[in-house]
Design a binder for this molecule. Structure first.
Ligand SMILES: C[C@@]1(C(=O)O)OC[C@H]2O[C@@H](O)[C@H](O)[C@@H](O)[C@H]2O1
Length: 469
């Protein structure tokens, strides 16, 4: 079977991780421009000042995407390029850059799929409480409207936020992302609520504009499975799915928060400051969402956390997504299992877990349209006789696309797949060592681009619409 003709084969990037030009053409300072320069926060003190210079080389990069036959390019807009101080004047040079990038994609018939927020917040807003401050919510809605008006004649696919659980969790619980706060659940839950209301207001504003595109949000998708059928571990797994999936997907798709979590937040004094008007906005916007974006890399294998150890990470490494940590509330822990397969960075490889999780989402949220907005393997790609022979990436994507195909055959409403990432780029906490791209970037040779083995494989796969999978 070939993938349906309206299924989009794409690949993704994010502004801070690819663009560079951190202080050019009127761009404001973002939280990551500062945070990445705090000693110890990033791998080998890497940062996005230059990244892979997509800002200056986007024409070359989009040409390579076209050569690959890429049908859609998911990229994010740097808020601080559009409104340098976050909620003040518009920067025309910022508008110009993204107009050029969008036009370059359309020149080759590549569908632009635009993320408004992929973690880089204008620093003045971060300095003023970031996502715990409702001023940021208002500022985001203004910024989103600026983008809809500037690009909405050509951009018909919008994602408001990328992985809220990561920038809020790492920002307010693990201290591994800006603003670097450790173990503050009250702030963490407040920040997530302010993001969800920002999303809901932007969705409603977008619909009122009648630009007749589609809008949604992208969440991490890492379904929790118990390590065995022990009742305590099953209970811990339910808890994990409530806090890492239901808390994120319910307010967006159902318009209400999961009762299980709301009750516990009240008991612990972590309930966000929310108003009836805000809760109503979530309800009104829920049916207006056109899709949900899923970033899947791995499931989580869960057991009851038997030791009330301090779950705050001692180092950066403990915030890079590998199993083996206790949850922030100490209730459960993720476990590495002997019979599973892991990447060099300790992430489980499980296409089975992916399909099992998709089935769970269909049961919980019905026929909602889904895009896989990120999926890929972070690896140190072998170079053999000057060729980048990234066979593990081919194998990983092949297995996961097979799972997507099976999901479609079972009636799961999957409409696109975006590999992470189109090109090797900066990994927030892993520098340039952890490669994800189809295109290699040579940091020893002026960031020269080179097609990997997977570039040719993905090209062939798209051309045949996955018939051989
Ligand atoms: C932590 C890490 C990684 O570097 O491995 O996970 C996979 C991927 O997720 C994306 O949302 C991030 O923007 C991107 O940088 C990657 O980040």
């Amino acid at each position: 079977m070939r993938f349906p003709k309206d299924f989009l084969f794409g690949a993704a990037s994010a502004s801070y991780q690819v663009e560079g030009a951190w202080n050019e053409d009127g761009k404001g300072v973002s939280n990551w421009d500062l945070f990445s320069k705090i000693p110890g926060k990033t791998f080998e003190a890497t940062n996005g000042d230059v990244a892979v210079d997509h800002y200056h080389r986007y024409k070359e990069d989009v040409k390579l995407m076209a050569e690959m036959g890429l049908e859609s390019y998911r990229f994010s807009v740097s808020w601080a390029r559009i409104i340098p101080d976050g909620d003040g004047e518009i920067n025309p040079k910022g508008i110009e850059f993204y107009n050029n990038l969008i036009d370059e994609c359309l020149h080759y018939g590549i569908v632009p799929f635009v993320t408004l927020y992929h973690w880089d917040l204008p620093q003045p807003l971060e300095a003023n409480g970031g996502w715990t401050n409702k001023r940021t919510t208002d500022a985001f809605v203004k910024y989103a409207n600026v983008c809809f008006k500037a690009f909405g004649d050509r951009v018909k696919h919008w994602i408001t936020f990328n992985e809220t659980v990561i920038f809020c969790g790492h920002g307010y619980l693990l201290g591994a992302h800006p603003p670097g706060i450790l173990s503050d659940p009250k702030k963490y839950f407040q920040a997530t609520h302010n993001v969800f209301t920002a999303h809901a207001r932007a969705v409603s504003d977008y619909k009122k504009m009648k630009q007749f595109g589609e809008i949604g949000i992208t969440h991490v998708f890492n379904p929790a499975f118990s390590i065995d059928n022990n009742a305590e571990n099953e209970k811990a797994t339910y808890h994990a799915n409530q806090y890492s999936t239901a808390w994120y997907y319910d307010p967006i798709l159902l318009g209400t928060y999961p009762e299980y979590v709301v009750k516990q937040l009240a008991e612990k004094g972590w309930t966000p400051e929310w108003t009836a008007e805000e809760l109503d906005i979530l309800k009104v916007a829920a049916p207006q969402n056109d899709f949900i974006g899923l970033n899947y890399y791995q499931p989580q294998r869960v057991a009851k956390n038997d030791v009330q150890e301090d779950s705050t990470p001692k180092s950066r490494e403990q915030s890079t997504g590998a199993p083996g940590n206790a949850s922030f509330d100490g209730v459960y822990k993720t476990v590495k299992m002997a019979d599973k397969v892991y990447t060099k960075w300790g992430w489980e490889i499980s296409a089975e877990g992916f399909l099992e999780g998709l089935r769970m989402l269909k049961v919980a949220y019905g026929d909602v349209k889904m895009y896989i907005t990120e999926n890929g393997i972070g690896d140190e790609d072998p170079i053999i006789q000057d060729e980048i022979v990234d066979i593990p990436r081919i194998k990983y994507i092949e297995e996961h696309l097979k799972a997507v195909k099976k999901g479609i055959l079972e009636g799961i409403n999957l409409k696109g797949y975006y590999a992470w990432s189109v090109i090797d780029l900066l990994s927030w906490l892993n520098g340039y060592k952890k490669q994800y791209g189809f295109i290699y970037v040579d940091h020893t040779n002026n960031l020269a681009r080179k097609k990997k083995l997977s570039f040719h494989w993905y090209k062939q796969m798209i051309a045949t619409r996955g018939e051989e999978l």
